[in-house]
Design a protein around this ligand. Structure first.
Ligand SMILES: Nc1ncnc2c1ncn2[C@@H]1O[C@H](COP(=O)(O)OP(=O)(O)O)[C@@H](O)[C@H]1O
Ligand SMILES: [Mg+2]
Length: 609
């Protein structure tokens, strides 16, 4: 995207201090609220999942009881029929368990994926409307990472692997503990000791886990941001022979990624496998020892102890899952914080008043004491006051960086002035619906943006069907039809990413055609002829002259010749109007404009000489 200012933040791998995801303990509300909303929407599936999990837990509990019956009853009684039946049960139960487990897994993934998709959709919708001033705080790579991976992690890691398993494990644990307590409550208490131990472990590692995941996410975002910059910048890299420099930057990223990833893996292994196994083995030893004592004292049968020990892995796999979900929760939480940081950005403020399109042919525009800066402390525009009447043609000239494009940014509502008022047709821009304002403006920006799509689609953007006649007419007006028709696929020719396969001048004329198709009441052209050769510029000038009939037109021009026909010309420097008037008046002043005029070797009209 090439909206001014957006996407320009320079990429730096080492910007560690610049982490905007805080170490806050407050829950990331927006994301979790959306998770809840989606789960509510999927309530039938969630209910089915809980039912399946309960049935699964019940079925799973049968197996150890079959062992007990075999050892304590069937074998001592030498009852062959019972032994065969029990063995059959031992085959059927695991098959049933596996089936239930698969159904369970499918449902969990389905529900979790639903959560990710909802987050992605809502975040995307939100970002489409966020103010540029807010968007600029983030790099494009960060938007991409959060929209794809971070949203995905919340659905996958939080919902599928934490929340839903947590509910299911709680059911399973309750059943398993009940069965164990029924066999021998003293042993059950002993087994339960593992739980407070694990809880302590999760408490102690929570802060570390969050820090680790923040670090990991930052690395991933930085990598995406870098790649997003490096390929479009390849020409510059090669011209400066900077391949080695970039290779080293990428190498530093790989190295960082490698180190952090290794830490993440080690931590996962420790919490999910090593610790539960350690607790498991220790507890199993204690239980066998104490169990032997219970058997000797006649409080337990051998079959009972075998059954009890068979429940152990079940209860510990629940423990392991709970420890795993602790890790998942921290990871999901960090991702939710990152997503929330984007949800927290403010949307463009828009009024409700509709701007009628039928009022006058061209829109009237007023700037009254308008001041604005981009937040860097320096000017954008300062105390700007002017009025453009309906149908007027205004030329804007002045040194680069003077604030010309900023004026357009303000008219389009990309930024809001800090003070003063902008009015269209006498109505304060703040009160107007931005959508109606924009629908009446044809805007060609300084750096033209084209989609990687056919020229026809680009001209008819956003989707005005297949109106070839209209797109051709607009292209003819913009002096680009001839060029397009000479291409092998004429209007079907695909222009490459950001219009890469076209020259600057060709891109500009396609953008002019696109703007004209809007049939705007206010036409804003920002250096739209800067990349054209003198001959084409002359033709586009003729086109602008035709196009501005019945419209208000403001043309920012680098070359004065483009705006010599203007009703009035505004000279902008340091965010202020330093001169304004028609050509004769400006030349007669012998000021900045006069010097510029002479510097561009233009002939002075007789009246001025
Ligand atoms: N998105 C932005 N963020 C911060 N500063 C900006 C941004 N866009 C422009 N500026 C600054 O505002 C000033 C006016 O810029 P601009 O309106 O683009 O000038 P012009 O179009 O006359 O060349 C310049 O100093 C420029 O660096
Ligand atoms: Mg500019």
């Amino acid at each position: 995207m090439r909206v001014r200012g957006y996407s320009c933040r320079h990429f730096e791998f080492e910007s560690w201090s610049n982490m905007r995801t805080q170490n806050s303990s407050a829950a990331p509300k927006r994301s979790f609220h959306l998770v809840k909303k989606e789960l509510k929407g999927q309530l039938p599936r969630v209910t089915l999942l809980v039912v399946l999990a309960s049935v699964g837990a019940g079925v799973g509990l049968i197996q150890p009881l079959l062992f007990k019956s075999l050892l304590d009853n069937a074998i001592p009684a030498a009852d062959l029929r019972q032994i065969v039946l029990l063995l059959a049960g031992m085959v059927v139960v695991p098959v049933l368990s596996a089936g239930l487990h698969s159904a369970n897994h499918y449902l969990r993934s389905y529900i979790g994926e639903g959560v990710s998709q909802r987050l992605r959709q809502e975040l995307f919708d939100h970002l489409l409307h966020v103010r540029f001033a807010d968007l600029e705080q983030f790099k494009v790579g960060e938007h991409i990472h959060r929209l794809t991976s971070a949203c995905g992690k919340i659905g996958e890691v939080y919902v599928s692997e934490h929340l839903l398993p947590f509910v299911m494990n709680a059911i399973l644990l309750a059943g398993t503990l009940a069965a164990m307590a029924a066999l021998n409550w003293r042993l059950c208490l002993l087994a339960l000791l593992a739980f407070p131990l694990s809880y302590l472990l999760t408490r102690k590692t929570r802060g570390y886990a969050q820090g680790l995941y923040r670090e990991f996410s930052k690395v991933l975002e930085d990598g995406k941001s870098y790649l997003h910059e490096v390929f479009p910048g390849l020409r510059t890299i090669r011209v400066f022979n900077a391949e080695t420099h970039e290779k080293m930057r990428w190498h530093r990223w790989i190295d960082r990624h490698w180190r952090v990833k290794a830490k993440v893996h080690t931590f996962h292994e420790l919490i999910r496998t090593v610790m539960p196994e350690f607790i498991n083995y220790t507890a199993a030893g204690l239980i066998y020892g104490y169990g032997a004592f219970e058997i000797i004292n006649g409080r337990m049968t051998v079959g009972g102890l075998v059954a009890f020990v068979a429940y152990l892995p079940r209860s510990y796999s629940v423990l392991q899952a709970l420890l795993g979900t602790h890790v998942n929760l921290q990871e999901a939480r960090v991702n939710a914080e990152m997503v929330d940081a984007l949800f927290d950005l403010s949307k463009e403020p828009s009024g409700e008043t509709l701007l009628p399109s039928t009022q006058m042919a061209g829109a009237a525009l007023t700037f009254q004491n308008v001041s604005f800066d981009y937040g860097r402390g320096d000017f954008g525009v300062q105390d700007l006051t002017f009025h453009v009447a309906s149908g007027e043609f205004i030329g804007v000239v002045g040194p680069s960086g003077g604030g010309k494009s900023t004026i357009f940014d303000l008219i389009l509502g990309f930024y809001a002035p800090q003070s003063g008022m902008i009015a269209i047709d006498g109505v304060n821009l703040r009160e107007l619906s931005l959508a109606t304002v924009r629908s009446q403006i044809g805007f060609v920006s300084q750096d033209t943006f084209l989609w990687n799509d056919s020229i026809g689609k680009n001209i008819l953007y956003p989707d005005r069907g297949d109106d070839t006649d209209r797109s051709r007419q607009a292209a003819q007006e913009a002096q680009i039809d001839e060029f397009i028709m000479a291409l092998p696929d004429d209007y079907e020719t695909v222009v490459g990413e950001q219009g890469m396969t076209l020259s600057g001048g060709e891109r500009q004329r396609i953008a002019i055609a696109r703007a004209l198709l809007q049939n705007p009441r206010l036409l804003l052209l920002d250096e739209a002829t800067s990349a054209l050769d003198a001959l084409t510029e002359q033709r586009v000038r003729t086109a602008i002259d035709k196009a501005r009939v019945g419209r208000t037109t403001i043309v920012v021009a680098h070359r004065l010749i483009t705006v010599l026909q203007a009703d009035r010309i505004m000279v902008i420097d340091k965010g202020q109007i330093i001169e304004m008037g028609n050509l004769q008046e400006l030349l007669a002043r012998r000021g900045f404009f006069y010097d510029l005029y002479q510097a561009q070797s233009l002939d002075l009209p007789q009246s001025v000489l």
